[in-house]
Design a protein around this ligand. Structure first.
Ligand code: MN3
Length: 248
């Protein structure tokens, strides 16, 4: 429809709404009728309004990951970016009357959520997971069952790091790179924006073992455009023990 025609059409619709009944509420009703019907989301009248997200305490100080991740980046990332995802998703949960019993149920319905709930819910969960995937000091390589699984799935730790690094460099724009356990096989995959493998419509399936945030806000102050340097240094602060626990 040409712009001028669309304007005429909209004017006509608005006038019809006004003529048909009385005033502004009717206008919004008549426009609302054009929108797609709201998907059915579970509402079982949970007494407390259902599940809400909470920001995990940072397991280390802002300076703990230096020089790999600088203190200013970590502080802004945690107190501004991550805190905003938590605040915004909980706002959406209240405003949209979402009534889930758990984060699992929330992500099981990701494809039906509003953009605000989905993006901020992903951001809330992904960063909680991310902080707990990093460490100030500890073993710099996997051991035991995790080491075996990496060798079986990728050939060697070096080959695994190479593939993971390629996925992280290859993620165009903002997103995440994941190591997941898909029924005993380890897989590398990336997701756009704040999507994650828990989403019901995720192409990458499996239990996340660890993840790398490749949004520019995660590294730009120190590394600017040098995402490859950020990725290389990030290996120094991977919490292999946390990943091994998630593998079980
Ligand atoms: Mn981030």
């Amino acid at each position: 429809m040409k712009t001028s025609n669309r304007r005429k059409f909209l004017r006509g619709t608005l006038k019809a709404g006004i003529v048909a009944a009385v005033g502004l509420p009717i206008i919004s009703d008549s426009l609302g009728a054009i929108a797609a019907p709201k998907p059915k989301l579970p509402n079982r009248g949970l007494a407390d309004g259902g599940f809400k997200f909470a920001q995990v305490p940072l397991p280390y100080s802002y300076t703990a990951l230096e020089p790999n991740v600088d203190a200013l980046t970590l502080e802004i990332h945690y107190t501004k970016h991550h805190a905003a995802y938590i605040k915004n998703v909980n706002e959406a949960i209240v405003a949209e009357n979402l009534n889930f019993s758990s984060e699992k149920e929330f992500f099981d319905h990701a494809s039906q959520l509003s953009a605000k709930a989905r993006n901020n819910g992903g951001g809330a969960w992904n960063h909680n997971f991310f902080w707990e995937s990093l460490q100030a000091s500890g073993p710099s390589s996997p051991t035991g069952k995790l080491q075996d699984a990496i060798n079986t799935s990728f050939g060697s730790l070096d080959k695994f790091k190479e593939e993971f690094g390629k996925a992280a460099l290859g993620r165009f724009g903002s997103g995440w790179v994941w190591l997941v356990n898909d029924g005993g096989t380890l897989k590398i995959g990336s997701t756009a924006n704040q999507d994650n493998p828990l989403f019901d419509n995720a192409q990458l399936k499996g239990t996340p073992l660890f993840a790398l945030d490749v949004w520019e806000h995660a590294y730009y102050i120190k590394y600017q455009n040098r995402r490859a340097d950020y990725i290389n240094n990030w290996w120094n602060i991977v919490n292999w023990e946390a990943a091994a626990k998630r593998l079980g």
